[in-house]
Design a protein around this ligand. Structure first.
Ligand code: SAH
Length: 278
């Protein structure tokens, strides 16, 4: 091992196009001698990689990829390990810490860790359909490759019954098609069939596709590995082709800015008996 302390950047590159990667993410990649990532993400930033060493591996070789990045940085190199979106959201950051823990790494040891945030798929997909995340939302991955389906099912049920807007990551793949069907059935027990649903595929990439539909019919459309599904809450509405979840301003104020009778700005909403609130 060399004496020099290396740097490991764990970088979220955003959804795809460089305009949606942060300057800090691009700078980290520019500074790195080695860039490690799943081939699809390497392709998205290939124009930044001239003269750099690249390790790209398939989806199922994640542990090896994290280990290679860490070992090279530990030995003194500046390395970027890249994930799409944010590396800390269903990305490589968690695995990096697990490998470091297993290696007995301590703060102050080589490599120095630098976590660089990126725009998540849920954020970027939301921007393509309107403002669906303005009130409470959650994200659930439907991939049961590493998590038991019974756990995922329980989370869907909880999110649906608590009226969260739900962002579904990894909704389906060639082999995994049952999960999204079961998910629709669970959510439908708690929400109306006309609840707005957005299907966003390849946001800010070449094959971008946006479909606005509803809870009863969204399964009629193609849903795959590159799709994020956004299911509205009971308050989400469609307006001029946009999907909008209101924040509840109209519970307290009229549109001319006046405070409604019985309400006080800066204080908890007074809930009229049996009223419908956003
Ligand atoms: N770290 C990523 C998530 C990786 S999990 C992030 O923060 O966004 C992979 C899942 O993310 C895909 O199955 C899909 O549901 C979603 N996803 C990633 N990029 C996307 C894009 N450009 N458009 C739509 N969905 C995307």
């Amino acid at each position: 091992m060399s004496e020099a302390k290396g740097i490991l950047y764990v970088v979220g590159i955003g959804p795809g196009a460089q305009d949606h990667a942060t300057p800090a993410a691009l700078k980290a990649i520019a500074e790195s001698q080695l860039v490690v990532g799943y081939s699809t993400y390497i392709k998205l930033v290939r124009h930044l990689l001239e003269g750099k060493e690249i390790i790209k591996t398939g989806m199922t070789e994640e542990i090896g990829r994290a280990r290679a990045a860490i070992e090279r940085a530990r030995d003194g190199a500046t390395v970027s390990l890249i994930s799409s979106g944010d590396a800390g959201v269903y990305g490589m950051a968690g695995l990096v810490f697990q490998v470091l823990k297993e290696m007995g790494w301590k703060r102050g040891d080589s490599p120095e860790l630098r976590l660089v945030p990126g725009m998540t798929a849920l954020n970027s997909c939301a921007s393509l359909v309107g403002a669906p995340l303005v009130h409470d939302s959650c994200s659930i991955s439907l991939s049961d490759l590493l998590t038991p389906w019974s756990v995922i099912e329980r989370r869907i049920e909880a999110a649906a019954s608590a009226d969260f807007v739900i962002g579904l990551y990894n909704p389906a793949s060639g082999r995994r098609t049952r999960q999204i069907v079961d998910t629709q059935a669970i959510i439908r027990r708690h929400r109306e069939g006309n609840t707005p649903v957005a299907l966003v595929k390849s946001a800010y990439r070449d094959m971008e596709q946006v479909i606005l539909t509803d809870l009863d019919t969204f399964l009629d459309y193609e849903i795959g590995m590159l799709t994020t599904v956004i299911i509205g809450s009971s308050n989400t509405f469609m307006f001029e082709g946009y999907m909008v979840t209101p924040r509840g301003y109209t519970n307290k104020y009229s549109f001319d800015g006046a405070v409604l009778p019985g309400q006080r700005p800066g204080f908890s909403l007074v809930v009229p008996p049996a009223s419908e609130v956003d």
